[in-house]
Design a protein around this ligand. Structure first.
Ligand code: SF4
Length: 398
């Protein structure tokens, strides 16, 4: 019997026994078919190859690399995280690189305690807030510096995934992109197969890939996780606004403008957090999700408010972040039209689709070895509690 057939047969058996929470509303743990897995592997290799080319361009043809990375790839990322976070999580080149060891059976597969996961989520937010202002200081104008930053993060990712089970330490832990994934990915357009994990080891408390309506506030009630969630939900919109009011500094000049580069985004974040706290207090628990959605919408709408016009030269600092300067050939009303479209779209995306309840990807089934043999249920519904709070290494199955 083919592996995937066996896997899906196991799933059907579990559903019949009422041990799997599969339903028509929630995605269930059916292993992707062999063809689907091959397609995802091909996509991972393709995107990984694009990542390697970008890295080479940043190092050896910095002018092209900077445009391709900062003005080509990165402006697409927030929209992709909002529309299809599961697709991004499946093909992210840094994640694919880091998880090679786990796929090859070389990871030590340690299980992280809930407290450490909470701390790692705060580390991810701190890294994000530290790295993004560095773009104005040096990264936006220096290809090798950007390549070095990516290489350092990739090394951290490889070491994390080499020690800890699946995505627990990096992709769902300290990765600085992960807080943004959780902020923007609350109402995805699609739920896809999980092309990395399998079988699911329940390595993360509230697995972001498999939980429906994931937000930064969905984390554990640990103080560090709650702080990380509030900083992102309440503060990121103001942080983005402040960031767009800092120019790019070139030639090392940025190091003498650190107070501006960090001060404006952080001041915007503080103001946004204050407003969020006030509205959250006034709205009460019943409106918490609505307020959080409004702030997520504000953050991504603010990003595209400035970023799309800047790509064609209409940014707050002409020339900064421009793919091509078309100010002389495009109509002056274009930035206003672009802002109206993107702001309306993201307001609708986050606030007008209240019935959308999806996870980023389908949780893979747990290990077949667990089926009925060790008193552990075959659980495959989305958003379930972790199987165990154990800090022992996960058992090996391959
Ligand atoms: S799907 Fe399972 S193995 Fe993968 S990150 Fe989530 S909990 Fe861990």
């Amino acid at each position: 019997m083919k592996d995937s057939t066996l896997w899906n047969g196991v799933h059907r058996l579990a559903v019949r026994r009422g041990r799997c929470r599969g339903s028509s509303r929630l995605p269930t743990g059916v292993r992707p078919s062999a063809g689907e897995r091959r397609a995802w592997r091909a996509a991972q290799v393709l995107v990984w190859g694009v990542g390697v080319v970008l890295l080479a361009l940043l190092l050896f043809v910095p002018n092209v690399g900077i445009h391709a990375f900062w003005n080509g790839l990165i402006p697409v990322a927030p929209a992709l995280l909002a529309l299809a976070p599961g697709v991004w999580r499946n093909v992210c080149p840094m994640g694919s690189t880091a998880l090679v060891a786990r796929h090859a059976g070389l990871s030590r597969r340690r299980r992280i305690s809930e407290a450490s996961q909470a701390r790692l989520s705060l580390v991810g937010v701190v890294l994000l807030l530290a790295i993004v202002p560095l773009r104005h200081v040096v990264l936006d104008t220096d290809g090798p510096a950007t390549a070095l930053a990516i290489a350092i993060l990739a090394l951290a990712a490889v070491v994390s995934c080499g020690h800890f089970e699946w995505k627990s330490a990096w992709c769902s832990g300290a990765c600085p992109v992960h807080p943004v994934e959780k902020l923007y990915g609350t109402k995805p357009l699609v739920t896809v197969a999980n092309a990395h994990c399998g079988p699911c080891e329940r390595c993360v408390v509230t697995c972001p890939d498999s939980s429906v309506a994931m937000t930064p506030l969905s984390a554990t009630p640990r103080p560090s996780a709650r702080l990380a969630g509030r900083l992102m939900v309440g503060g990121f919109a103001g942080f983005v606004w402040g960031w767009f009011h800092v120019p790019d500094y070139a030639g090392g000049e940025g190091w003498s403008h650190l107070s501006t580069a960090y001060g404006l985004p952080l001041a915007g974040m503080a103001a946004s957090l204050l407003l969020f706290t006030l509205l959250d207090y006034l709205g009460g628990p019943s409106r918490r999700r609505l307020v959080a959605s409004a702030f997520a919408a504000a953050a991504i709408a603010c990003y595209y408010w400035y970023r799309l016009p800047a790509l064609v030269g209409f940014g707050p600092f002409p020339g900064d972040g421009a793919l091509v300067d078309l100010r002389d050939s495009l109509p002056a009303w274009l930035p206003a039209a672009s802002r109206a479209v993107t702001t309306t779209f993201f307001a609708w995306w986050f606030l007008g689709r209240s019935s959308v309840v999806r996870s980023w990807s389908i949780r893979p089934l747990e290990r077949i070895a667990d089926l009925g043999g060790h008193g552990v249920s075959l659980i495959c519904g989305a958003g379930d509690a972790p199987r165990s709070g154990s800090t022992a290494p996960a058992r090996r199955t391959s």
